[in-house]
Design a protein around this ligand. Structure first.
Ligand code: ADP
Ligand code: ZN
Length: 633
């Protein structure tokens, strides 16, 4: 733990006005979006539910009220967070800004725990981070009781609040018990925050956490700097490698895969191609996981290949791409994961490869799960929404935002906007496929898989076709003009829209549904994206190229030659400080802050004032050093 002396947070002259805290402590000149309203509401003692996309700036929404209320003599704010592995860095970042923060979790030994508890009980700690399972212990609750009695229990912040909902993708049963906070300390304000929430999850959070009275702050979920691309899966790992080599050489990124095995394989493949890749999944030793996470946060240009076990709470600002080699379960998951790219606001990519097998796998996982039928229905609905996003030929962002209840216009920064896909009318092919499935079922009394159905339609006399006498079916060969790729596209689309079902219990065979009828009768049109291998192949505009190999971070791109030198020197200095403090470099200063310093070429401490990201404490701690580093140029 840090040995920082308690700071005079409530010393005379330290203002509890939110704008002053924003400026003094964090070094920022303005609140972003709804931050100011939220902060004022919570400082005033109101409950709040905050829905903001990843990177929107949620942390300040509870950190500033905590500081303001501490300065006004109200004591300790408790931050409930499931992110034990990140608490050290989160608290470290607050120390860097001069805020008294601490955490209580299983990584502390007995003595450290007691030290934190003592300081907490004296009301010295402004922000105390704790995992939900800790909050629910009798020991912790009795400590809160003691604080409460003395009027030193200021605020509860419940981070990653969607963990309370089983509709969300990170359900944590311990979150359910957090109702104790409201029941036991009714007068203490609560702020719950999340980056995921469709209407269903949101309603669940309100109900489960008893936030009926809380004011809801819903921000726009748009992340304009992220470019969405969804490609058809051919050889997914090769497609991924090309994407990284073409557009993200040397960049930090995250690649999500469905299984542990696949994570391992893909990491090895990328390493073999000279990419600094590391695996991360729940099957790895905790120490290895922590080490890989630390390397991802502390080194530059690491590509993390991971299952969804990785990423919640990762606040690394300069992740330049997030890839999905397999389709996630739903749009919430996809949006949360892709949202980890480009928190710094600079251009970033969300890239996904998707294919028929993904649809089949996800359906099977739902069908085979032990959950109740109602739950499965909800999950299928959510999967369908993601499938239609993947199949869409119009703006991806319009659809994504639409899913979260937001209206928008075509964005100009997704694959479909940049290279409008050719569409073709697949209605005829769809009818032929469905009637083949129908006739085969009639003739043989059993269902068959996609490959066999396509063979019949395309008139291929395979062993299996002959074995079952399927060359006698009236649709045999009447779809010879369609390629297999085209037919696969039609099948995916039919499954995505519910006009066809995959029976997981019977070898993934295809079954007609209620929804098949409209297509068979020619009442429903089926429009498909033209299948092509790459944007270049369809003659579209070339994609963004990196400025140059080894180009500086986007933040520094506009600097002149001397500025670049200062920037590089500052980065080297920052790396040293970060190592000494055992913190990621961006916790000391963001790239954007170093770029702003480099541009200003400061000669005095005054010159540093007003640069975004330099608060009072950092100016005091690092100002002179920064000037020394800059003076060399
Ligand atoms: P979230 O938790 O919503 O994903 P964070 O709280 O981590 O987002 O904030 C994202 C980034 O934006 C952080 O680097 C943070 O320092 C920065 N940030 C937040 N609010 C402001 C602001 N008002 N002015 C400048 N930068 C901000
Ligand atoms: Zn678009």
């Amino acid at each position: 733990m840090s040995s920082l002396a308690p700071l005079p947070l409530d010393a005379p002259g330290s203002s509890s006005a939110p704008a002053d805290i924003l400026h003094e402590v964090f070094g920022y000149s303005q609140f972003r979006g709804p931050q100011q309203d939220i902060v004022e509401h919570v400082v005033g003692g109101g409950d709040a539910l905050v829905l903001m996309p990843t990177g929107g700036g949620k942390s300040l929404c509870y950190q500033i009220p905590a500081i303001a209320r501490q300065r006004a003599g109200r004591g300790v704010s408790v931050v409930v967070s499931p992110l034990i592995a990140l608490m050290h860095d989160q608290v470290g970042a607050l120390h860097e800004a001069g805020v008294n923060a601490a955490f209580l979790n299983s990584t502390l030994d007995w003595e450290q725990t007691q030290d934190v508890e003592r300081r907490m009980l004296r009301g010295e700690i402004t922000l105390l981070y704790a995992a939900p399972e800790r909050v629910n212990t009798p020991r912790f609750l009795s400590q809160l009781d003691s604080l409460k009695e003395r009027g030193k229990l200021s605020l509860f912040a419940i981070d990653e609040a969607h963990c309370v909902s089983q509709w969300g993708h990170d359900f944590r049963p311990e979150y359910r018990a957090l109702t104790v906070l409201h029941e036991r300390y009714p007068g203490v304000p609560r702020i719950a925050l999340t980056a995921t929430a469709d209407a269903l999850t949101r309603a669940d959070i309100v109900e489960r956490l008893q936030l009926e009275e809380a004011r809801q702050f819903v921000s726009s979920f748009d992340r304009p700097n992220i470019r969405y691309t969804i490609v058809e899966k051919k050889d997914a790992t090769t497609q991924l490698l090309r994407f990284i080599e073409r557009e993200h050489e040397g960049d930090a990124g995250v690649v999500y895969c469905q299984s542990r095995k696949r994570v391992e394989d893909v990491a090895v493949m990328l390493q073999g191609a000279g990419i600094n890749a590391l695996p991360y999944h729940a099957g790895l030793d905790a120490a290895v996981r922590q080490k890989h996470q630390d390397r991802f946060l502390r080194e530059e240009g690491v590509v993390m290949v991971a299952t969804i076990a990785f990423g919640m709470g990762i606040d690394k600002p300069d992740v330049r791409f997030v890839g999905h080699l397999d389709m996630p379960k739903n749009i919430e998951g996809y949006y949360q994961e892709t949202g980890r790219a480009g928190r710094d606001g600079a251009p970033a990519d969300a890239w996904m490869a998707y294919g028929l097998q993904d649809v089949v796998n996800q359906r099977r996982m739902i069908d085979e799960s032990p959950a109740g039928e109602e739950f499965k229905q909800v999950m299928r609905g959510k999967l369908d929404a993601l499938l239609s996003l993947a199949e869409a030929s119009d703006c991806r962002r319009v659809r994504l935002l639409g899913y979260f209840g937001e209206k928008s216009t075509p964005c100009g920064n997704c694959d479909n906007c940049l290279n409008p896909p050719q569409v073709w009318d697949g209605t005829d092919a769809a009818r032929k496929l469905l009637s083949t499935i129908y006739r085969v079922q009639q003739l043989s009394g059993i269902s068959f898989g996609a490959g066999h159905i396509m063979d019949i339609l395309r008139g291929k006399e395979t062993e299996k076709v002959k074995q079952f006498g399927h060359e006698r079916i009236s649709t045999f060969g009447i779809g010879a003009e369609f390629s297999e790729v085209q037919l696969r596209g039609v099948l995916r689309q039919l499954i995505a829209t519910g006009a066809l079902a995959v029976d997981a219990e019977a070898f993934n065979t295809l079954k007609l549904t209620e929804g098949s009828r409209a297509v068979l009768k020619g009442e429903a049109n089926v429009t498909l994206r033209e299948s092509v291998s790459s944007p270049a192949a369809r003659g579209g505009k070339p994609r963004r190229e990196k400025a140059a190999r080894g180009a500086p971070s986007p933040a520094a791109a506009a600097l002149d030659a001397d500025g670049q030198k200062r920037f590089e020197a500052l980065k080297a200095w920052r790396a040293e400080v970060a190592r000494e403090h055992n913190l990621p470099a961006y916790v000391i200063f963001h790239d954007a802050t170093l770029a702003a310093i480099s541009e200003r070429a400061p000669a005095t401490l005054e010159d540093l004032q007003g640069i975004s990201g330099i608060g009072t404490k950092k100016l005091e701690a690092y100002g002179t050093e920064v000037l020394r580093v800059c003076s060399a140029f």
